[in-house]
Design a protein around this ligand. Structure first.
Ligand SMILES: Cc1cc2nc3c(=O)[nH]c(=O)nc-3n(C[C@H](O)[C@H](O)[C@H](O)COP(=O)(O)O)c2cc1C
Length: 177
């Protein structure tokens, strides 16, 4: 059986994380397909899923949400790991440390995670900080971003991402033994 590493990205930072997770799983001996979620019609050939999306306005991107709706009950029983790429990750942030500390406590999971929990066996959901460049955030959002101590740049914490992916690799290889 294979593992699907599916992702949705607007500007590419989530793709980079998905690629890193896929590479880590491959190193662990797991056979992986790396696919954009909007192109996934079926998960029949996968026994495990690692699904992630960039977060816009608190939610997964429409391409990822649509994929989850389209898949219906087919993920049922499949061990699933989910990750959301946004401004504030578990270990790093695009925003100021003070705002990040507050948001880590207050930030709700995107609705897509709740939906996934009803469809599949979600083993973990993790927030990773992504990256942001001048011009990515339009209009008033840019003002709010500045007020929250936002800094343009890449806040992805590769150590955290690698550790998470290695844990998944261990789980998958142990359960297949
Ligand atoms: C239009 C827009 C809306 C965003 N909304 C949120 C949000 O609601 N919460 C958040 O934590 N980050 C938000 N972000 C930050 C993105 O989640 C972050 O930049 C992420 O790395 C984007 O992933 P991507 O490069 O794969 O598209 C937003 C970014 C943009 C451009």
């Amino acid at each position: 059986m294979k593992t699907l590493v599916g992702y949705a990205t607007a500007k590419g930072s989530t793709r980079g994380i998905a690629e890193r997770i896929a590479a880590s799983l491959t190193t662990s001996g797991v056979e992986v397909d790396l696919l954009v979620l909007s192109e996934v019609d079926s998960v029949q050939e996968y026994d495990t899923l690692v699904l992630g999306s960039a977060v816009h306005n608190g939610q997964w991107l429409p391409g990822a949400v649509d994929a989850i709706t389209r898949l219906g009950t087919t993920p049922s029983g499949r061990a699933t790991w989910a990750y959301s790429v946004c401004s504030v990750g578990a270990t790093s942030s695009i925003l100021s440390p003070r705002v990040a500390r507050y948001l880590r406590r207050a930030m709700p999971e995107p609705d897509a995670i709740q939906k996934l929990r009803t469809l599949a066996e979600v083993r973990d959901h993790r927030f990773f900080a992504g990256s942001i460049a001048p011009g990515d955030w339009p209009g008033f959002g840019r003002v709010v971003f500045r007020l929250m101590g936002g800094r343009y740049g890449d806040a992805r914490d590769w150590r955290d991402i690698d550790a998470w992916a290695e844990g998944i690799g261990r789980d998958i290889t142990q359960s297949r033994r």
